[in-house]
Design a protein around this ligand. Structure first.
Ligand SMILES: Cc1cc2nc3c(=O)[nH]c(=O)nc-3n(C[C@H](O)[C@H](O)[C@H](O)COP(=O)(O)OP(=O)(O)OC[C@H]3O[C@@H](n4cnc5c(N)ncnc54)[C@H](O)[C@@H]3O)c2cc1C
Length: 450
């Protein structure tokens, strides 16, 4: 393992060597550093990008997006409560001393210690290879369509800023189209039916945000349409928010019922066509927009990985408690780690959340920084669950503190907003987020359609 020369030696060298020779010497020093490749700039990868020791590691980050997304507030941007740039952080602003390539990793050769990547640009897609000494897989997961025909083509997902932008544009488009003189009443009702599939936290938060948008802004701007708007939440499960305390799930259901948001549990969707979904019993339900917020599954990269242990249900890679990937025989692949939604720890059932991804990212940063300093990591990763929170609309939320109790209503909403404002990364966003909260409250959400 190579280490930088001590500071006094560098200072002496700088004073006596010509600059050209010094630069060459430093470059060769950099070339000797261990190459740490990080795949992904989400919750898990961003922690490393921010805090890993770039003096002793030659850090290369590969991600098809050049920013981090603060996902807990993504649903707010899909209706204009917040603007997109208030919840993103550019990788290059943070990863000082790292090399960044906006690309997708398509293949990993564990033997050769090399990855193959494809640039994330249509005009330039020639693949390139990068060798690594250590590799961190933090590529997240993708929305699970469960193989239901037509979902990928006709539904909206909500994982990226671009998804939120498209949803917002479609909602406004539905209202504008429904206002056209030639639109029949039946067409209006169909256009203004917003279907949300998935009664987990993402589906519930999005429905709540959309309901706020409709009640607080759209009903005033399109008064003739206000009685034709419908929001429905569909789920195969028996109840929504299955992972939450029963009392909280009941609170959310009751609140939605009072506000006219329909909850259709035990409903199996067989097919999704353009503006129409077909249920198992062949009922056809027209919609203006369908938001698919069900479970997650492995990314194409995760699926392509051979020779490693994977969870059967979700196809995600399995690691040990030191977050090192296990091969088919259960042996740790030295220096190859997986964190965040793309991985599970053997015999541990942790949720796929930002909380887990963030804590794994923090532990791995600490581990890698100690490793390069020649110090061993003694304690394996342990997860410390703080709370699960969901916004339920109209300035209310619910918080599940597990065995420590719960909170719901206005107080929970204040806690929800304060927690996410505190957790947001940059000072810029800590200013922008409350500013947009105030602007959308005082002047309404912007309905310009782009
Ligand atoms: C709308 C929404 C709201 C949420 N709210 C909450 C919440 O309130 N609380 C909570 O705890 N969790 C929440 N979550 C879950 C949380 O966002 C995820 O658990 C978390 O993002 C997982 O982090 P990650 O780094 O594993 O993946 P991600 O954050 O998804 O990041 C994956 C990264 O990998 C990149 N990538 C993908 N494929 C490749 C490849 N082949 N090569 C290189 N890079 C690749 C992606 O571009 C991305 O940068 C929410 C999720 C969503 C979608």
């Amino acid at each position: 393992m190579n280490r930088s020369p001590p500071k006094p030696v560098l200072a002496l060298a700088a004073s006596i060597l010509p600059q050209r020779i010094l630069r060459r010497a430093l470059a060769s020093q950099a070339a000797k550093r261990e190459r740490l490749v990080i795949l992904g700039s989400g919750w898990a990868g961003f922690k490393l990008i921010n805090e890993v020791n770039t003096k002793d590691y030659d850090v290369v980050v590969i991600s098809p997006r050049n920013h981090f997304v603060f996902t807990p507030l993504l649903a707010s941007t899909a209706v204009g409560t917040l603007e997109y740039r208030a919840i993103t952080e550019p990788v290059r602003t943070y990863g000082r001393g790292i090399s960044f390539h906006q690309a997708t990793c398509d293949q990993i050769d564990f033997e050769k210690k090399e990855i193959t990547c494809r640039p994330a640009f249509e005009s330039q897609d020639a693949p390139f290879a990068i060798a690594f000494d250590k590799l961190v897989l933090a590529v997240g997961a993708k929305s699970n369509t469960f193989g239901i025909p037509g979902v990928a083509e006709n539904a909206f997902f909500l994982k990226e800023v671009d998804h939120a932008r498209k949803i917002r544009a479609r909602i406004i488009e539905c209202f504008e189209q429904a206002s056209e003189p030639n639109t029949t009443e039946e067409q209006q009702r169909n256009l203004l039916h917003f279907a949300v599939v998935g009664g987990g936290p993402t589906g519930i938060e999005f429905s709540a945000e959309l309901h706020d948008f409709c009640v607080e802004d759209l009903s005033k701007l399109y008064p003739q349409l206000k009685n034709k708007v419908r929001i429905s939440v569909y789920d195969v499960a028996e109840k929504i928010l299955g992972g939450f305390q029963a009392e909280l799930a009941e609170y959310a259901s009751e609140k939605f019922r009072r506000e006219g948001i329909q909850i259709k549990t035990k409903t199996f969707i067989k097919e999704v066509k353009k503006n129409l979904m077909v249920l198992k019993d062949d009922t056809q339900i027209p919609f203006g927009a369908l938001i698919w917020a069900t479970g997650i599954t492995s990314t194409p990269l995760g699926e392509s990985l051979g020779g490693v242990m994977k969870e059967e249900r979700s196809n995600r890679v399995i690691t040990n408690e030191y977050l090192t990937i296990l091969d088919k025989n259960g042996q740790a692949l030295d220096g190859i780690y997986a964190i965040g939604d793309c991985a599970v720890i053997k015999d541990k059932n942790l949720p796929a959340t930002a909380q887990v991804a963030d804590q794994k990212g923090r532990w791995l940063t600490y581990h890698l920084n100690r490793q390069v300093a020649g110090k061993p990591t003694l304690k394996p990763f342990t997860y410390n669950h703080i709370a699960s929170m969901v916004y339920t609309g109209a300035w209310s939320a619910l918080i599940d503190f597990s065995s420590k109790g719960n909170l719901k209503g206005r107080l929970a909403w204040i806690f929800w907003r304060s927690a996410y404002l505190t957790k947001s990364v940059s000072v810029k966003n800590k200013i922008l987020i409350p500013m947009y909260w105030f602007l959308s409250w005082a002047f309404g959400r912007d309905i310009s359609r782009f």
